[in-house]
Every structure is written in structure tokens, then in C-alpha cells.
Design a protein around this ligand. Structure first.
Ligand code: SF4
Ligand code: FE
Length: 482
């Protein structure tokens, strides 16, 4: 198992092509735009070596019997599902940010069980290839970027109906050595600081979409791949210290657009190639596995936001007011509600045909639906208590300026027991954690709210509920609603 530092060192061997504002970012490690995200991912490695977290952060490989980092594991029981949620909450408490490695973790689990089902039904050998790949990932303790979301173009049209055929990743050639793929993957969390990406289709597909039903693994620096780094709220502040708010770990995951321009994938790394009828279940499994997480990582992030809110109330001299205490209670209640649901969907999980464990899909989707609402409420209360100055604070440069700094320290002071700098730093943390990019991530990360609602309708067993009501209402079985 790699340490955080070994993970960071291993990134230096890659030739990943990342662009920001037209320029290639070189070197990646140490660059202010990327380093916070690298630091956050490194925590997933360091936890495995920390006696305090070892029980959650490591486990035993079901393939080799060796001790491995949990982020490379296939869930073998309900305990694994629960430990995943607990681990994510603890890491998020330390980073206050997305640490990105769960996407690939979930992708490995989704592709593992789906390839098993494919081989059972079709007689293919995808599962064996995936197991070989998993051994490689576990042996080298790799960080995998789960690559699902296609750009999608006209949302009213399917992959093969688009004006531009590349708006979903597709197979453009097959030969005796492998396949060549083209297209792009959007909003790629952790991609630029991963070792490999695991590509999956973005949704259910029809016969006409065969060329788009592709799952495969490739190094993030394979020939033909470029990554265009996304903007975040106040990202230029990463070049400053205090102004960034969360200096070490940044906001969310450092997302990018990954362009795949005729990329070769050898057959031993291809896990789906045209079997469109399995695209839907692969997507559904990945989605549920990732939605399961959000009551873990977002609860951990909310723990930090709640702590920041209590601290700023104290710096402001308002901590004793009863309405402040009540609002803090509300934040705790909402956070624990998110967490409860993640634990529940894990406990209610079950075994798939492959032997891998999988969370309860209905409850997993409730987790994420809750996150699209409760994080906004938690952040709303935080901003309510913090006060408007989180949006009007002068810059760090002015704070430290010989002429201006004195005025800022004097007029932004709160309770005299604390230096203004503490109030300033906490305000910046709150601005960072409750601002634009962080909120959008809670809304759309792991799928937009409507995607969960579709799953809720599908798994909610509405007809069963209708029958319950009809029975109590004394309506005969002849007249059941269909
Ligand atoms: Fe992991 Fe949460 Fe980030 Fe998703 S949003 S990668 S679950 S930390
Ligand atoms: Fe996310």
C-alpha cells in the first residue's frame, strides 16, 4: 500500500496532458491549481497507514488474501458497505473537500458485478479480464478515475441520433489487438491526479447504440488523451493562502473535460464492447454505489461547516443567543439525517450473483436526493449565522498591507478575545465551503436530482402501495389499479 507521499511521487512519472487557460500545466505536482486536490486524494493513502483509521481504510483482498487499501476493494459483505460510508465521513472531516478516489472505487465494483453477469449470459470473458485488472490495481494501489458522464449534446436524442457522433464515447475501430475509442468524458472528478481511468457508458442503450456500449480501462496519460481543467469559484485564490479558505485541500474535486481522440485500448482492458443490453444495469449499479457515499462524505464536510458556524458565531460574539444554538442543532440534525440514510442503504444491501455486495438501490437514491436539499439548508444556516461580511472581506494582500492592514484588522474585529485573523480565516473557509462550486457539486455530483427520482419511481413499488390502500378502502381485487 502506498503512502500519501508515495502516491504523490508516483504522479510525477505520468505524462498527463492537462490544460488551463490555454497553457499546459507542467509539472502537475506542486502546481497551485492542482496541489490541493492532490493533497486531498493523498489522505486516502495516508489513512491506510494510520493506526487510528486502519480498520476502516484497509481490508483483505478477496483475490489474494493480502492487505489492501479499501479504495481498491470489492465489497464482500454488508460490513464492507458500512465501513465505506464511515471511512468517507472521517476523510471528509479532515479534508473539508472531495477526495475523489471513491469514483474509481465505485466504478471497479460496478464493472466487477456487471462483467460477471455478462459472462454468465453471453459466455464472454470480460469478468476474467476485470479480475486481472483489479489485481494490477490492488498490487500497485492505483487511483482510478471513474469515467461515466458523456457530454450528451441534445438531451432529447440518444447516442446514435446526435448531429455529431462523438458526443458519447464510441468505438471507432476494432482490430486484433484491441479497440480505438473517440469522444469525451465531462466533469471528471480526480481525473488529472489519477493513474488510470475506467470508462463506462453513460446510460441505457438500444441496438442502434452498440458502438457506444463500451467499458474499458486506460492510463490517464495514454496517447490521444488531453484534459481541459475546469474553473471553480475563486480558483485564482489558490495562488494565495488565506483567501483560498481551505488552503490545503481546496473546493470539491478539481474537475476536467477529458478528450479521447482515437485512443487505443488493448483487448485485455476492454470490459464491454457492444453489449448494449448491459449498459443500463452498469450505470444503475455505479450510480447507486456512488449515491450511497454522499451521506458519508457530505456529512463529513457538513461536520466542518457546522464547526465553522459555531466558531464564527463565537468570534462574532453571538454564540450564546438561543436562536443560534437552535440553528446549530438544525445543522446537526440535517447532517445526521444524511448519514443515517447512507448507513441504512448499506445495512439493507445484499449480495449480487458475482458475490459482490451492493447497497439497497431505493435507499441509496434517497441519500443523494436528500443531499440535493439538505446541503443547501445546512449552508444557508451557516451563511445566516456567519453574516454578510463573508462576501465583502478585502483580500489577503490588503489584510497584510502596511497601510491598509491596520484598518482591516481594526474594523473587521469581532469579540476582543480573538484576533481578527481568526475571524477572517473562518469567514474565508465558510465562503469557500458554502459557495457556488461546492453547492453545484451537491446538486449534480453522482447524478442530477431527476436521475434519482426516476430510480425512486422505478424502485418505489407504487403498485404495491396502491394495493395496500385499496385493501383498506374495501375495494375488491377485480377493480385493482393496473
Ligand atoms: Fe468521494 Fe464524495 Fe468526492 Fe464523490 S463527492 S468522489 S463520494 S468525496
Ligand atoms: Fe462527487
Amino acid at each position: 500500500m502506498k503512502t500519501g507521499q508515495e502516491y504523490i511521487e508516483s504522479l510525477k512519472d505520468l505524462k498527463t496532458e492537462v490544460y488551463f487557460e490555454t497553457a499546459k500545466i507542467e509539472p502537475l505536482v506542486g502546481h497551485p491549481l492542482l496541489q490541493p486536490h492532490i493533497n486531498a486524494a493523498a489522505v486516502t493513502y495516508d489513512f491506510a497507514h494510520d493506526p487510528l483509521y486502519e480498520d476502516l481504510a484497509t481490508t483483505t483482498s478477496h483475490l489474494t488474501g493480502k492487505k489492501i487499501n479499501r479504495f481498491t476493494h470489492i465489497h464482500q459483505n454488508k460490513d464492507d458497505l458500512v465501513k465505506k460510508v464511515k471511512l468517507l465521513r472521517l476523510i471528509a472531516q479532515q479534508t473539508g473537500s472531495c477526495f475523489q478516489r471513491c469514483v474509481g472505487f465505485d466504478a471497479l465494483n460496478a464493472v466487477y458485478s456487471t462483467t460477471f453477469d455478462m459472462d454468465q449470459k453471453l459466455g464472454t470473458d470480460y469478468h476474467k479480464r476485470l479480475v486481472d485488472y483489479l489485481l494490477y490495481v490492488q498490487e500497485n494501489d492505483l487511483m482510478i478515475a471513474g469515467a461515466m458522464t458523456d457530454p450528451k449534446g441534445d438531451r432529447g436524442l440518444g447516442p446514435s441520433e446526435q448531429a455529431d457522433p462523438d458526443l458519447f464515447v464510441r468505438i471507432v475501430e476494432k482490430n486484433d489487438k484491441g479497440i480505438i475509442i473517440r469522444g469525451a468524458k465531462a466533469h471528471m472528478t480526480g481525473m488529472v491526479n489519477s493513474h488510470e481511468m475506467l470508462i463506462m457508458p453513460t446510460g441505457a442503450m438500444k441496438d442502434a447504440d452498440k458502438d457506444y456500449a463500451v467499458a474499458c480501462a486506460i492510463p490517464v496519460d495514454a496517447p490521444g488523451i488531453i484534459h481541459i481543467f475546469g474553473r471553480q469559484t475563486n480558483d485564482k485564490r489558490k495562488f494565495d493562502e488565506m483567501d483560498q479558505g481551505n488552503t490545503k485541500y481546496g473546493i470539491v474535486g478539481g474537475e476536467c473535460l477529458t478528450v479521447l481522440e482515437d485512443v487505443f485500448v488493448p483487448w485485455n482492458r476492454v470490459f464491454m464492447c457492444g453489449e448494449y443490453e448491459f449498459a443500463g444495469s452498469l450505470v444503475e449499479r455505479f450510480a447507486t454505489l456512488h449515491r450511497q457515499n454522499y451521506g458519508g462524505c457530505k456529512a463529513g464536510v457538513s461536520d466542518v461547516v457546522t464547526g465553522a458556524t459555531a466558531a464564527i458565531a463565537e468570534y462574532n460574539g453571538a454564540a450564546k443567543a438561543s436562536h443560534i444554538k437552535d440553528k446549530l442543532v438544525e445543522m446537526i440534525h440535517l447532517t445526521e439525517t444524511l448519514y443515517c440514510c447512507s448507513i441504512a442503504c448499506s445495512q439493507e444491501g445484499g449480495k449480487l450473483a458475482s458475490g459482490a455486495y451492493y447497497p439497497n438501490a431505493l435507499l441509496g437514491n434517497v441519500v443523494k436526493q436528500n443531499v440535493t436539499r439538505y446541503i443547501y439548508e445546512i449552508d444557508r444556516i451557516c451563511q445566516d449565522i456567519a453574516g454578510g461580511f463573508i462576501a465583502t472581506l478585502p483580500s489577503e494582500k490588503d489584510f497584510n498591507d502596511e497601510k491598509l492592514g491596520g484598518y482591516i484588522k481594526k474594523y473587521f474585529a469581532g469579540k476582543a478575545d480573538y484576533p481578527t485573523e481568526h475571524r477572517y480565516r473562518m469567514a474565508r473557509l465558510i465562503e469557500n465551503m458554502t459557495g457556488g462550486t461546492a453547492l453545484v457539486e451537491s446538486m449534480h455530483g453522482a447524478g442530477s436530482p431527476q436521475a434519482q427520482r426516476i430510480m425512486l419511481l422505478r424502485s418505489g413499488n407504487l403498485l404495491h402501495k396502491v394495493k395496500l390502500a385499496q385493501k383498506l378502502a374495501g375495494i375488491t381485487t377485480d377493480n385493482l389499479v393496473k
